[in-house]
Design a protein around this ligand. Sequence first.
Ligand code: T4K
Length: 369
Amino acid sequence: MRNEKIYVTRSSMPSYEEYIEAIKPLWDSRWLTNMGRYHGELEHRLREFLDVPELSLMVNGHTALELTIQAMGFPEGAEVITTPFTFISTTHAIVRSHLKPVFCDVKPEDGTIDETKLENLITERTAAILPVHVYGNVCNVEEIQRIADKYSLKVIYDAAHAFGVTYKGKGIGSYGDASVFSFHATKVFHTIEGGAASFSDRGLYEKLYNLKNFGIRGEELVTAVGANGKMNEFCAVMGLCNLEHVEEAAARRRALSEAYERGLREVPGIRLFEAKPETKRNYGYFPILVEEEYPLSRDELYERLKEKGIHTRKYFYPLTSDQACFKNRYRDVELGCARELAERVLVLPVYEGMERETAERVLHAIHTD
Ligand code: T4K
C-alpha cells in the first residue's frame, strides 16, 4: 500500500456484471450506433440530471465544443474571448473553427476568467465569450451575461469539469447560450469517451444533430455539411450505468476533499481556491497553489511526490497561449494572474475508489519538516 503508485485520478466503474447485463440487449439487437435506443435514453436522463432544457450527446467533449461553436455560425476570423488557463482543447476548438482566440486573464481566487477585464478586449470583430468553469469553479455568470447582452455576444461555457455542479439552484449548463461537458474516462461522470452540449434553443439541437451526423435527414437527403460526432451505444450504456452511482461517487470525493482541506489549511504556503457561495460542487479535482512561503517550489513538490509514487498533475501548465502551436500568434494581452497560477498549481489525486489512507499519505508527503 505504502509504495503503490497513486495517479491524479482513476476511472469510476460500474460492476462488471452490471455493465455486461446492461449491454445484453444491445448485443442481441446488433444496433451499435447512429442514435440508437441507449443514445436517446441517456440524452433524456442527462437532461433531467443536469437540469438543462436541451442536450445533445457527442462522441467526446472536444467535438461537442467544436460543433457547438460551429453551430453558432460566426463569421470566419471573428474573435472569441477566452481563458488560457485551461486544457488545450478549449483553444484548439476556437482555432480549428477558423476563429481567433483573444486571451483574457483569470482571477486569483478561483482561476476563472476575470470578468472585469472582458470589456477592454471587445472589438467590432468579437463574436463570443468562451469561459471555462475550471475545476468546476463557477465563473461569474451574471456579469459575463450582462457584458454579452450589452455587446450582443454569444456565451459558450466550457463546462468539461462541471458535471453536476449547480449555481443558485440551477444546473450549471443552463447558463449562457450553450455549455459543453466532457464525459471522458477521467471525469466525475464518464461514458469512456463522450461529451454533450446543453442549451435552451431547440434550433441549436437541430443544427448540432446535422453537425454530428453528416447533415443526413433521410436515406436520400442531406441538408447540411456535417461531421461525425455521434456517441455509440456501448458508451451510452456505460453512461447509464455510471449515472446510477454518480451521487455516491461525489459523496466519496467530497469526504476526501474535506480531509485534504482540513489537512492543508494550516500549511504555510499552500493555498486553496475558493468555492463560490450558492454552489453545489462536484469535487472532481483538488488543485492546490504552492506559494512563496512553502519550502519547495511547485516543481520541487511535484518531483518529491513523484518519488514517493504520488503522481500529481500540473493542470494547467503551460497556459494554452504559451504552447508552441499558439505562442506569439494572437493578440498580446497581459496575463499576469493566469501565468502565476499556471506556475503554482498542482492537482492532487482524488477519485471515487481512493482510500482515506491514500489521502493521508499525500498529506504526509506535503507536510515537509
Ligand atoms: N475542456 C476542458 C477544460 C477539458 O479539461 C477537457 C478534457 C476538454 C475540454 C475536452 O474533453 P474530452 O474531449 O477529453 O472529452 C485528461 C483527459 O484526457 C481530458 O479529457 C481532460 N480534459 C484533461 C484535463 O485530462 P490527460 O492527458 O491528462 O490524461 P491522462 O491519459 O494522462 O490521464 C490522467 C490520469 O487519469 C492517469 O494518470 C490515470 C487516469 N486514467 C486515465 C485514463 C486514460 C484512468 O483512470 N483511466 C483512463 O482510461 O488528459
